[in-house]
Design a protein around this ligand. Structure first.
Ligand code: ZN
Length: 204
């Protein structure tokens, strides 16, 4: 399986990083080896001093497809989860400034937190108004709502499937709202989706 991530999908987060608003979705991949195993802590890699949490709504693909029409995109997923796109911001800035791919800063081992449970979309209210949060050491750090996405889930599926065949079990990280911050040893990161706790991660 693969993880497809969307960058710069929330205006307030684009502003906080002083990025340009993209004309097309910003897309990058994480390999399956980047998934943090359940109940494992996140270890800050020794080569970074500025790893940020990015909480994101995650869509699980349930059938194979390519060149998916936006009006059929809803048939390609049943479940919604929550994750963290850990980003080594120092390395990412360095790579970006040289125009190099930023995989090393985003796709390293442990860089993808995926909630163990996913929620059936039928049990959720409108998918374009999902509330999600990240709490760091009990304090609200990121507070998002999918209504603020530049590209909605179905648009993302239509877009990325022009480039990548989607397969069963693939995950799409749909971008992070504002409030990203550096993680430190002993931090505890908790994610909630529509009020339900989806994960709790310890940082080492
Ligand atoms: Zn992200």
């Amino acid at each position: 399986m693969k993880i497809i991530c969307i960058g710069r999908n929330y205006t307030d987060h684009i502003k906080e990083l002083a990025n340009e608003r993209p004309e097309d979705p910003v897309v990058f991949l994480k390999p399956d080896t980047s998934i943090l195993l359940h109940k494992q802590p996140f270890f800050i890699p020794p080569w970074s001093d500025d790893v940020h949490h990015e909480v994101e709504v995650v869509v699980k693909i349930n059938r194979i497809g390519r060149h998916i029409d936006q009006k059929f995109a809803h048939k390609y997923y049943d479940e919604i989860g929550l994750g963290i796109d850990f980003t080594a911001r120092d390395l990412q800035q360095k790579l970006k400034s040289k125009g190099l791919p930023w995989e090393k800063a985003k796709a390293f081992d442990g860089a993808a937190v995926v909630s163990r449970d996913f929620i059936d979309k039928k049990e959720l209210p409108a998918l374009d108004a999902l509330d999600f949060q990240l709490f760091k050491n009990g304090e609200l750090q990121q507070d998002g709502n999918t209504s603020l996405m530049l590209w909605k889930i179905d648009e993302i599926i239509a877009y990325v499937s022009q480039y990548f065949t989607l397969k069963i079990g693939d995950l799409i990280f749909t971008g992070t709202p504002a409030g990203v911050s550096r993680v430190e040893e002993n931090d505890v990161l908790k994610g909630t989706l529509n009020g339900k706790e989806m994960f709790e991660i310890k940082v080492k």
